[in-house]
Design a protein around this ligand. Structure first.
Ligand code: PMP
Length: 303
């Protein structure tokens, strides 16, 4: 279990920097009782120049605002201010390579009615890649992703993560590293906390939007593919099709880019070191730390 905070840790809570150990929230909050809050998962990196950079801070704080709007939560912050505050949270905690967690939550309210105000805190801690670095053994979950007609699935809402927790715990109890969830029609959707791409004959494929959280890392993979001349396509993907892949990876802010070893009994045949997926993994690492990455693909003869 990660060590999220100690007696020195500082977080930002509704306008002030406070000690994490002394921060308080209302136990009558609608967020705690009903999972009615929205959040972000962001990373900062120590870059090649030594400076700390929050990767795609604007995209993340814009998504936080959109998530709040999707759930009818009042939102009175702006992206630029929140990015600035987050840099201060990092500095006050002496963090460079960090995971950052802003949460927008509701006041005391036991009814289902809309609120007149929302609250916000921003925490940061050191975190290793959340699915590790080795190739993953993945299980097709018995749980499907939430029905897009039952939830605002493009919002990063806390309540959706009960589904993620159930799927991930089921996979781990069965001896796998992580789960893969299908959508309500049985097509490949995403992981509990990551999007996926599969590789076939040097091209990448990923599930279309509509039943997934459209990840910022997923968008970054598309950008990298553009820059590196790799073809990437969105489509509806069946489990049978996925099992014929040469290689597969999960991608997300916390997970970064992490390859799969197998899905259920199916081993993916392409050695990771020889895959285009591995080139994306390397390019992603370089992009977030603002180091040149074209050389990786050039070395492999693919750029
Ligand atoms: N899908 C789900 C369900 C997630 O929780 C996440 C993590 N936020 C992702 C995909 C990947 O999103 P991102 O790349 O924006 O972190």
């Amino acid at each position: 279990m990660a060590n999220y905070y100690n007696e020195h840790t500082v977080l930002w809570l509704n306008g002030s920097f406070v000690k994490a150990a002394e921060a308080k929230m209302d136990l009558y909050s609608q967020s705690l009782h009903y999972g009615y809050s929205v959040f972000e998962g962001i990373r900062s990196y120590k870059t090649g120049s030594g400076a700390t950079r929050i990767f795609k801070a604007t995209a993340h704080f814009d998504r936080l605002q959109q998530s709040a709007a999707a759930l009818n939560m009042p939102y009175h912050w702006n992206t630029a201010d929140l990015a600035e505050i987050t840099y201060e949270v990092l500095e006050r905690n002496n963090l460079q390579d960090a995971y950052i967690r802003p949460v927008v939550y509701a006041p005391a309210n036991m009814s289902f009615a809309e609120n007149k105000e929302s609250f916000l805190f921003i925490e940061a801690w050191e975190m290793q890649p959340f699915l590790g670095n080795k190739l993953l053994s993945v299980m097709t979950s018995s749980f499907q992703r939430p029905n897009p007609k039952g939830f605002k699935i493009t919002a990063k809402a806390a309540g959706h993560y009960v589904n993620s927790i159930l799927a991930s715990q089921e996979a781990k109890a069965a001896g796998f590293d992580e789960a893969l969830l299908t959508d309500m029609s049985g097509f490949v959707a995403e992981g509990p906390g990551a999007n996926l791409f599969y590789e076939k004959d040097g091209k990448l494929f990923t599930p279309s939007t509509g039943n997934i959280l459209p990840g910022i890392t997923r968008a970054t993979v598309f950008e990298l593919c553009d820059e590196l001349g790799i073809t990437a396509e969105e489509r509806q993907i069946s489990l049978e099709e996925l099992k014929k892949a040469d290689a597969v990876f999960y991608c997300g802010t916390a997970a970064e880019v992490v390859g799969w070893k197998n899905l259920d009994d199916t081993l993916f045949p392409l050695p990771w070191e020889q895959s285009v997926s591995k080139i994306i993994q390397e390019a992603y690492k370089h992009k977030v730390t603002e180091k040149a990455y074209r050389t990786t693909a050039e070395t492999a003869g693919l750029a």
